[in-house]
Design a protein around this ligand. Sequence first.
Ligand code: MSP
Length: 641
Amino acid sequence: MRKNFFLSTPIYYVNGDPHVGTAYTTIACDALARYKKIMGYDVYFLTGTDEHGQKVEETAKEKGYTPKEWTDVMVPRFKEMWKLLNIDYNNFIRTTEERHIKSVQKMLNIVYENGDIYLGQYEGKYCISCETFVPENQIAGDDCCPSCGKKLNLIKEESYFFRMSKYQDALLDHIDKNPDFILPRSKRNEVIQFVKQGLQDLSISRNTFTWGIPITFAPGHITYVWFDALVNYVTALGYENNPEMFDKFWNNGQTCHMVGKDILRFHAIIWPCMLFSAGVKLPSSIIAHGWWTSEGEKMSKSRGNVVDPYEEVKKYGLDPFRYYMLKEVQFGNDGDYSQKNVINRINSDLSNDLGNLLNRSLGMYYKYFDGKIVLSDTKDLIDDEIYTLWNEVVKEYQDSMDISQFSKALESIWRFIARLNKYIDESSPWILAKDSSKTSRLACVMNILINSLYKIALLVYPFMPDSAQKIWNQLGVNKNIKEEVIENLSGWDTLKEGHQLGKAEPIFPRIDAEALLKQIKAKNINPDLEIENVIDIEDFQKVKFNVVEILEVSLVEGSNKLLKFKVNLGDHIRQIVSGIAKYYPNPSELIGKKVLAVTNLKPVKLKGELSQGMFLASEDKKNGVRLIVVGNDIELDAHIS
Ligand code: MSP
């Protein structure tokens, strides 16, 4: 019987666009889901959007939408991003869907009937950005949220409370008996310590705004957004409307939630307590990952350093981007997104190691055997090392993937790749090819390489699905790699006698690091930019700019360079002389135009004509000198600064 595996990303808030942080969780889940599929599991991979709550309501208002309209605008942006990143999910859940509303109400009612919900008064601090209540002893600095640093709001309202404290011991006991309940293990202690400090009852209703799921037993109250959001996982599996599927994946499967470290407590504490109370089985594991910074700094819109997956995929290609994210940091730790490191990884791991192995192997097979498989069993002792290493590598790979240690799994594959590159040098096919009595040995060496590449492709598939398929295609294998399972990889003669290999084409082109970094630098804001001839704001404020309307223009007598202009400043008329005749052979075209001028320069006489100001003009190679013309919507008395 097939084993079942359910995996979820967090559901994302729709107050902003997806970015590299949200992309990371989703790519990691996609890799894990694909891995489980090639391990023969029946996989259900869920993602979606968290659409209720005060933050979404406020963002929608700011943007001039109703909350529902706003969520409808944002959801396609997430779906497009997941398409771009080749995320192969089974279901996309939105918390505004009817199936979810019913599911939340069902769980709330059960918990209520169980006596675990009571009416009280909430008075305390709330972070709208994190949608979380912050107890007094956790408030940071000057009334700020300990997690995001934003200012807290004081809330004082009637609220229903969930008796979370009741489940403290049961939760500790569960964590204790299930060592893989919280992964990586390093995060487990953090949660245990927190729970041991004492669990407080949780306020789970709000009545001062309306964008949420109504509580059926409490008119006027809506569900606190986390009590709503967490339920999405069971909604999707049919908690309320599909008992068969719920039974298959939730009750009889391995169930995992992948989350960022910032939301681990919601998943490892509140969610299990809700499930205890509702009489529903707990998930098998909650896997937490760290946070990304960008070039060593916290990512933020105001710093302008938020990494945009669209840009990255455009620069590096999708699979190298996915590879980098999962290779660069040990899952669970924080990581830093650095362009230099992305390029190094691509050039060394992908182009040099894997790319070269594929190119060299295929190139030689064509050179020595016209690209047609010739079977041979002329083995050598050194071959055993490869076979043994392969067995070790597959085991290590599985052990690492089973606990979401992606970078470790990749290290194991690359250990094998490095060994094979060395194997080529050690067995020197080019020397064997010179001696006709060694043809059989040559074929054996080449087959080991080609079969290894066939296997490697499947191991890298969860990380780089398209590239894995390309490797197979280049080996002349036209099967859909998505349908293969690791179990089938044991043999060393997958490709049969006479099999025609495909064409070698570079899958991971080398990146010209210097040129690309230069390009990136030119596009980014440089905080250390050297500014020439710096002035203070006081210097600038001395200059008076005006919008002036050109009323008349004529050549200054005795000059073929100077034009004199009569200009209107709104409250008076002036004369300005300007040396732009060459650039305006037909100066009357300027009459009626509004242009910019400096109007507090000391008046001067030019060729005997008084000039009481100076026009601002641009100069470039294509157009020569042009006056800065402003739109008619700017008034003559406008203050320019
Ligand atoms: N809506 C809640 C989750 C509810 S799940 C029942 C939420 N949404 S979120 O959009 O703010 O964040 C979703 C995920 O993105 C979290 O796992 C968070 O850790 C992750 N990341 C956001 N910024 C990140 C980084 N800079 N780096 C890594 N991941 C980060 O929380």
